[in-house]
Design a protein around this ligand. Structure first.
Ligand code: CTP
Length: 402
C-alpha cells in the first residue's frame, strides 16, 4: 500500500542514527517512500549501503558531487518531497537550521526547503537542556518546524534523562499525521492567547491570571486539523504547542500589531485575556518608593480592542471571527451584547467567577453564542473544548464552501 507521499530523510551524525534504518523500514511498511541524505557525521554511524538497501534508492551525501548535482540538485531533492524529516536531529544540525547555515548537502537542502519539516532530536540530556539548544529549538518551533520527542530514558552515553530519540514508530506516526491533509488544510488561522502585561516601569506591570491553556489548546487543535496556525501569546508558563507558528508578545499594543501583521487570515480566535487598560505613561527607570518620588496614583489609559479591530468590516476581515467573553454575572446576556458590539461571528461565554476555577484551571464551561442564540456546552477539559470548537469551525467552513 502506497500513500504516494515522499519523505526526504536527513540522517545526522548521532549515535541514534542506526534507528533511522528502522524509521525507513517502518515508514515503507506504512506506504511512505524515502529519499535519504546522509550527512558526513551520519555516515560515521551507518553505512550508505545499508541505508540505500532499506530505502530502495541511492543515498545522497556530497553537496559538491557534480554527478549528483547534475542528476538531482539539492533544490530538486526538497521540491520532490512532501515532508523533510531530520532524524536523528543533533544539537549541531538544529543549531545550523536555527541560524540558516548551509555548509553541506543536508543543511543546504534544508535552507532551500519550503516543505513541512519534522525533526526528531537526539542527544545527551545536558546538551538537550542547554539554553543554546533550547533557544534554537524555540526558534525552529516558532518558524513552524514540527518536533517529535525527545523522550526520557537511558541514553547511549550512559546517562539517564531527556534526549532519547523518539521511537521509530512514533516518528513515522508523526510524519503520517503531517502528510495526511486535515479538514482545514489550506486555511490560515490566528489565535490570541494568555494575558497581556502592561508595563508600569521596567520591573512592574499590570497583568491578569490567564494561564493561556484554552488559547494554546485551540491553536494546537487548529494546527492538527491542518490549518496554518499562528499563535500570538502573552507571557505564559506553557510550552509552544506543536505545529504552530508562535509569536511571543507582552502588551496589548504588541498583540494588536502582531495580529494585524498576520492578516489576511481565514479564522481568528481571540482567546487572550487582554488587559483593558495600561499605564498612561511608563517610567523609564524603576520607580522609587522614597517619599515624594512614589506615585500615589496610577493614571491609566484604554488599550486597543484587538477582537473588535479585526472583526470590523473590511477587506482583511477573516471569514470567521470568534471571541471569548469572560463574565462574572448575567453571562449569556452580557456575552450576547458583547458579540454584537465587537461584531464577531461567534462568542464563547464563560463564567470566570473565582469559584468556577476557569482562570488557570484545566476545565472550561461555556455558552456558544452566534446570531441564532446561545447554546450551553457541557463542562469539558480545555483540550476537549478546543476540539469541539474546531469541529464546529470545520462544519461552518464546509457549509460556506460545499
Ligand atoms: N479582547 C481583545 N482586546 C481587548 C479586550 C478584549 O481582543 N483589548 C477580546 C478578548 O480576547 C475576548 C473578547 O475580546 O475574545 C472579550 O474579552 P472580555 O475581557 O470578556 O471583554 P472586554 O472587552 O474586556 O469587556 P468587559 O471587560 O467590559 O467585560
Amino acid at each position: 500500500m502506497s500513500t504516494g507521499k515522499r519523505v526526504l530523510l536527513i540522517i545526522a551524525g548521532g549515535i541514534a542514527a542506526y534507528k533511522a534504518l528502522d524509521i525507513i523500514r517502518r515508514g515503507r511498511e506504512r506506504g511512505l517512500a524515502f529519499r535519504v541524505i546522509l550527512t558526513k557525521g551520519g555516515a560515521e554511524f551507518v553505512t550508505p549501503l545499508s541505508v540505500a538497501s532499506l530505502a530502495g534508492d541511492k543515498v545522497y551525501s556530497e553537496l559538491f558531487s557534480l554527478t549528483d548535482e547534475a542528476e538531482m540538485g539539492h533544490i530538486r531533492l526538497v521540491r520532490e518531497a512532501d515532508l523533510v524529516l531530520v532524524a536523528p536531529a543533533t544539537a549541531d544540525i538544529i543549531g545550523k537550521m536555527a541560524h540558516g547555515l548551509a555548509d553541506d548537502l543536508a543543511t543546504t537542502a534544508l535552507l532551500a526547503n519550503d516543505r513541512p519539516v519534522l525533526i526528531a532530536p537526539s542527544m545527551n540530556a545536558v546538551m538537550w537542556a542547554h539554553p543554546a539548544v533550547q533557544a534554537n529549538v524555540a526558534t525552529l518551533r516558532a518558524r513552524g518546524v514540527h518536533i517529535v520527542g525527545p523522550g526520557a530514558g537511558d541514553l547511549a552515553c550512559g546517562e539517564i534523562g531527556d534526549g532519547r530519540l523518539a521511537e521509530p514508530l512514533d516518528i513515522v506516526a508523526a510524519a503520517l499525521r503531517l502528510l495526511a491533509p486535515g479538514p482545514l488544510t489550506g486555511l490560515k488561522a490566528l489565535v490570541t492567547s494568555g494575558p497581556t502585561y502592561e508595563a508600569i516601569d521596567p520591573v512592574r506591570f499590570i497583568g491578569n491570571r490567564s494561564s493561556g491553556k484554552q488559547g494554546h489548546a485551540i491553536a494546537a487543535a487548529l494546527a492538527a486539523a491542518g490549518a496554518e496556525t499562528t499563535l500570538i501569546t502573552g507571557p505564559t508558563a506553557l510550552p509552544d504547542p506543536a505545529g504552530c507558528h508562535v509569536r511571543h508578545i507582552e502588551s496589548a499594543a504588541e498583540m494588536l500589531a502582531q495580529t494585524l501583521e498576520q492578516l489576511p487570515a481565514d479564522i481568528l480566535v481571540a482567546a487572550a485575556a487582554v488587559s483593558d487598560w495600561r499605564p498612561a505613561s511608563q517610567a523609564g527607570q524603576k520607580m522609587k518608593k522614597r517619599e515624594n518620588d512614589a506615585p500615589t496614583r496610577l493614571d491609566l489609559t484604554t488599550n486597543p480592542d484587538i477582537l473588535a479591530t479585526v472583526a470590523a468590516p473590511g477587506p482583511k476581515r477573516p471569514k470567521l471571527v470568534i471571541g471569548f467573553a469572560a463574565e462574572t454575572e448575567k453571562v449569556v446576556e452580557h456575552a450576547t451584547a458583547k458579540r454584537r458590539k465587537k461584531q464577531c461571528d461567534w462568542i464563547l461565554a464563560n463564567d470566570v467567577s473565582p469559584e468556577t476555577g476557569t482562570f488557570g484551571g484545566a476545565d472550561n464551561k461555556v455558552y456558544f453564542i452566534d446570531a441564532a442564540g446561545a447554546e450551553e456546552w457541557p463542562l469539558l477539559s480545555k483540550t476537549e473544548l478546543a476540539q469541539r470548537l474546531v469541529a464546529r469551525i470545520v462544519a461552518e467552513i464546509k457549509k460556506a464552501t460545499p
